[in-house]
Write a protein that binds this ligand. Sequence first.
Ligand code: NAD
Ligand code: GLY
Length: 370
Amino acid sequence: MTQRSSIYDKASSPIIVDLGDRSYPIYIGQGELFKVDFGRYIKGKKALIVTNETIAPIYLDLVLRQIANKKIDVVILPDGERFKNLDVLNLIFTKLLENQHDRTTTLIALGGGVVGDMTGFAAASYQRGVSFVQIPTTLLAQVDSSVGGKTGVNHVLGKNMLGAFHQPNAVVIDLDTLASLPDRQFSAGMAEVIKYGLIADYPFMLWLESNIESLLNRDEAALTYAIERSCINKAKIVSADETEQGIRAILNLGHTFGHAIETSQQYKGLLHGEAVAVGTVMAAEMSVLAGHLSTSDVERIKNILTAFSLPLKPPVEMTPSEFLSLIYRDKKVLDGTLRLVLLNALGEAYITDDFSIKWLQATLDKSCQA
Ligand code: NAD
Ligand code: GLY
């Protein structure tokens, strides 16, 4: 089970993702980039830092200084979800091959979820698999994408359709990196934080509702608590079901609808967290039709999302029929049967294929109304 461990000194005592001999620590704290001994996670002589054009000028030098005793190469990717594709992934492979990295190399993802997912996928496939370390610099990446080993890229026909499960050696979350994060990106991360309260942790949902101001002000204690609690929730679920044979799918609350929005907008419209917020409202509306949530529960969800300036409605140009065709390409469709994550109650998600298509149609019709 997930636990705190005292075997890692110096830096804060990490949360452990318990996967037997592939277990790894998540360090969370201010200044963790100075405190963590990166050398421990870079087994060979070489490493490649993967980052992007926005993050490199702010944090690259700092990370380079921490691993000055290794031969480090750097690849700087273009910034944006629309660049999370196979063509841009190839820049990582080219850099690795040009610089003769072998199977002892370690990739270091320095950035948000886009850099993290792409670096992880490159690590999963380069020479059939090398190590990697996650240094997430957005709130979303710190609470979600850097933990759990889902890696991949988008396809024009579907979000995250190409990828692999490949766990990092360590996740290093330095809260100080959030100082430069724009408000809109911070809010997008809050959508995934709120998700944990809704799917599995009602006391956390209550705490979030009572700490909106502190979080909006990025109060250090509140942020630390929110990130730690999110990572503990995620680590617990991943430890129980690494490759999503069952329970892990609840982490996708709102994602089936959200991914349809992102694909429809060709990854140039709503941010991932914003699309998840809209999808969460849609899943909640459908949970009302399934007889589990009350309309006042849905109001509470909308209120907390609104408090963080998150959208509640899909883009106006999206129609129910477009949603339907995109939704049926989701990875939760198995053998042609759509499975959805719905809520039994606030704090309790379930995954089901046992729903009336009329509820889905009614949800899409209501959500797409002006
Ligand atoms: P992102 O990686 O695009 O980062 C958002 C923006 O913030 C980018 O412009 C980035 O350059 C910038 N940025 C990053 N850190 C910064 C900092 N400290 N200061 C200033 N600017 C900074 O987006 P994201 O929200 O981090 O991640 C979204 C991606 O994560 C999506 O592709 C989504 O599919 C993926 N994701 C994956 C998982 C998983 O389990 N693997 C889970 C959730 C989301
Ligand atoms: N973000 C979904 C998962 O990690 O399973």
